[in-house]
Write a protein that binds this ligand. Structure first.
Ligand code: NDP
Ligand code: HSE
Length: 443
């Protein structure tokens, strides 16, 4: 085991120095004195890998620290901690593996990599007496990783839910406030630089799903495959949905949810737009903010709200990990060690759709003609879905259509999906029907 005296200076390499990397560079420098006192070592960023040297120099990074060859950092024996802030799967995956094989601690903000390869990477880190820290990979500046494995360690979690993608939350907030449709607000979000290069990550729920997988592993010791999750994005929503939701006391949010049924040892995870009661704190997390509600059996509900992205908040989490990494380097607790799945997770099953029960909202655009509503009701009845409320709005188009919005009593997820499929096949239904789940708090 190492001790404090062996690391008067800790050398750090950054792989990637864009939005987050520059935040780490700037804030580590600005808060150096206090941080160094806290960890008992001098913290030095000694090497930085990027692709475009001139761009980095223009951003104020000293040229002598820069390289375009990240392998040099991974193989540099003088560097103890590497911050992987480049994003994507390759070459980040190979570089991270090599860093572990060289015995280094890696700090990352790369949620896609942790989600897709976390299981393998934690194992390689363990085998090589290395370590992997990833606070910034979920919810930017909100310290949710630490909260789950430290502050709430004594708890078993029946439900974790929240808003894990800031870009989609920004779009939904403006749709609600301004009564606009999705497309014009997406244009604004693009102009503001909020939307990821691969827009599908933000708009189709994939980025939030990556984060959900990480939280599910932390809370329940099992890696869920994205294919085992229900993942839907926000593209299908329109202003009518917000109007109806608001009249019924709901907001519409892209909710990430992990629910554990301890009696049957089943786990459900998903990301989907939800009608969520305005009484829920998470319903009021607006703009680009993230919010997470964690219900533990001892602590009860804990809600954390904060900035889920951006240079300063994300670098705050990376720097927090650097401080923990220094302690791990000196023989303190290793983060990867807590990932040995606990016994009760061994038989944990992912719930099948016919076991998931909820209430739903449907919007159906149909020809406005006699008998149409009756036929829609018949489809619902045939699929054992019972109507709770009903609204109809005539469209202003020349085609004589109307939008029918209804909510249901409890039904299985499978029956609700079968209903949508059947409705879509009806001749008088002129658009793909929309189904939105109504958020269900587990008692
Ligand atoms: P940026 O695109 O701003 O920065 C990426 C950096 O990595 C750039 O410096 C780029 O160099 C460098 N880079 C990329 N590929 C290579 C390569 N092959 N070799 C060397 N350098 C490379 O990304 P962000 O800072 O926004 O994101 C970094 C990570 O943090 C990602 O995993 C992201 O998902 C995550 N994250 C980001 C948040 C945010 O708010 N931005 C929030 C939470 C997590 P160059 O500039 O020269 O091309
Ligand atoms: N695209 C992500 C978001 C960035 O909008 O939340 C932070 O992970």
């Amino acid at each position: 085991m190492n001790n404090n005296k062996e690391f008067p200076t800790v050398n750090i390499g950054l792989i990637g120095c864009g939005v987050v990397g520059q935040g780490v560079w700037k804030n580590l420098d600005a808060y150096r004195e206090g941080l160094e006192k806290r960890v008992g070592s001098s913290l030095q960023i000694t090497r930085i890998a990027i692709r475009d040297i001139d761009k980095a120099v223009q951003a104020g990074i000293p040229k002598e620290l820069l390289t375009t060859k990240p392998e040099e950092i991974v193989d540099d024996a003088s560097i103890q901690i590497i911050c992987e802030l480049m994003g994507g799967i390759e070459p980040a995956l190979s570089l991270t593996k090599k860093a572990f094989q060289n015995g280094k601690i890696v700090v990352t903000a790369n949620k896609a990599l942790v989600c897709d390869h976390g299981s393998e990477l934690f194992e390689i880190a363990r085998q090589n007496d290395a370590d992997y820290f990833y606070e910034a990979s979920v919810a930017g500046g909100i310290p949710i990783i630490k909260t789950l494995h430290e502050g709430l360690v004594a708890n078993r979690f029946k439900q974790i839910f929240g808003i894990l993608n800031g870009t989609s939350n920004y779009i939904l907030t403006r749709m609600e406030r301004e009564g606009l449709d999705f497309q014009p607000i997406l244009e604004d979000a693009r102009k503001l630089g909020y939307v990821e290069y691969d827009e599908s990550l933000d708009l189709d729920g994939i980025d939030a799903a990556h984060k959900t997988v990480i939280l599910a592993f932390l809370a329940h010791g099992q890696w869920i495959q994205l294919s085992d999750m229900r993942i839907e994005g926000i593209r299908k929503l329109n202003k009518l949905d917000f109007e109806i939701a608001s009249n019924m006391g709901f907001k519409i949010k892209l909710i990430a949810e992990i629910t554990r049924d301890f009696r049957n040892n089943q786990l459900t995870a998903g990301v989907f737009p939800c009608l969520i009661s305005q009484k829920e704190k998470i319903a009021h997390v607006d703009e680009v903010f993230n919010g997470i509600s964690v219900s533990g059996d001892i602590a009860g509900e804990t809600v954390m709200i904060g900035r889920g992205a951006g240079q300063n908040p994300t670098s705050s989490s990376v720097i927090s990990d650097i401080c923990d990494a220094v302690q791990a380097l000196k023989g303190g607790p290793k983060l990867t060690e807590i990932f040995t799945p606990c016994e009760e997770s061994a038989d944990l099953k992912i719930s099948s759709l016919d076991k998931i029960i909820g209430k739903f909202y449907f919007r159906i655009k149909a020809t406005d003609a006699p008998g149409v509503l009756a036929k829609i009701a018949e489809v619902l009845a045939n699929n054992e879905v019972s109507i709770a409320t009903l609204n109809q709005k005539e469209s202003n188009d020349k085609n004589g259509t109307a939008s029918i919005m209804l909510t249901t009593h409890k039904a299985t997820e499978q029956n609700a999906l079968d209903t949508v499929k059947k409705l879509a096949s009806l001749e008088f239904v002129v658009e793909e029907p929309v189904m939105i789940r109504i958020f269900n708090r587990v008692k």
